[in-house]
Design a binder for this molecule. Sequence first.
Ligand SMILES: NC(=O)c1ccc[n+]([C@@H]2O[C@H](COP(=O)([O-])OP(=O)(O)OC[C@H]3O[C@@H](n4cnc5c(N)ncnc54)[C@H](O)[C@@H]3O)[C@@H](O)[C@H]2O)c1
Length: 341
Amino acid sequence: MADERTGLAVVGSGSWGRNHVRSLATMPGVELRWVCEKDEAAAQSVRANHPGVQVTRDLEQVLADDAVKGVVIATHAPSHAPLGKMVLAAGKDALVEKPLALDPADAAELVRLADEGERILMVGHLLLHHPAVEALKTLVDSGELGDILYVVCRRLNLGVVRQNENAWWSLAPHDLSIARYLLGTEPVAVSATGGAFLQTEAGIEDVVFATVRFAGDRLAHVHVSWLDPHKTRMLTVVGSKKMAVFDDTSGDQKLTIYDKGVEPPKSLTYAEGVRVRTGDIRIPAIRMSEPLRREHEAFVRAIETREVPLGDGRSGLAVVRALEAGSRSLAAGGSEMQVRS
Ligand SMILES: NC(=O)c1ccc[n+]([C@@H]2O[C@H](COP(=O)([O-])OP(=O)(O)OC[C@H]3O[C@@H](n4cnc5c(N)ncnc54)[C@H](O)[C@@H]3O)[C@@H](O)[C@H]2O)c1
């Protein structure tokens, strides 16, 4: 009987890629056929842990395998675009780690290639697949929070210090992808300032403070750093009726909803102008499941149904465009830069 499992491959099994390998090697309905890895020690580790998976240094060998339907690209960021193009050109579906590319033109080319070849292109915007983000999106869409006025995102830790991209390109794709998802509009302008303390000569920022304007007068503030003593993964959503906080470092209180807000002024006198309201605080139970497994399920579902997945190439492109506007702003000392489309 023919094997009906979806044949997949992973390129790059470094510190993050090995999580892709672990999840896909044990996922029902999936046959992880290949891991492509250039580093011998990393390749050896895959052989030891997943004896049923073929390991190669040569991507062409993977792409020549007709049973491989989709390829996960988890290499360092500069290689995302060239490898993504190879995979799509070979007629395979692709899940490319974030950021989709380091240049909007390359990200747009990936989207164009996927459209032209009717391929699935997905980007590793992992947190879109987080159960708490899904619950937050449902809450936002239900109108319970009112109009979403702004969001504040803080993603801080000590490390991982990267050399190919700064903290903005490494960490902010998560925040920009969630902000876009929750606000339901596109980023239009970015002002960003930052500091390059560890790799000063190379000008690689360790910390970035950015304000992102979204269409419809919405705002996001993004603070990312790999030079901070405290691991923080926090997103605050301020609505016209209620507010919510997603704290990914919390074990059982990932999402908190605050019945807090401001009553509409009854009169225009100073004393009665603005009245704040503080009500109940609610912590909904969230059934946790691993976001990476959910991301893989979305990829496999898209391969099978040909439906556009959450976190598709276009969302990857929109995030890359906002990141690029942020880079221009960083270079210009914080001046606001328009996102180019
Ligand atoms: N979605 C997330 O939450 C998340 C988290 C961490 C990292 N990432 C992303 O994952 C990517 C990888 O990060 P990492 O920390 O694992 O990097 P890493 O440097 O530890 O691993 C990259 C691996 O890719 C291999 N590689 C590079 N080019 C190759 C090629 N052409 N063929 C075969 N193998 C090749 C390298 O040998 C290395 O083992 C980055 O883009 C990063 O932004 C995403």
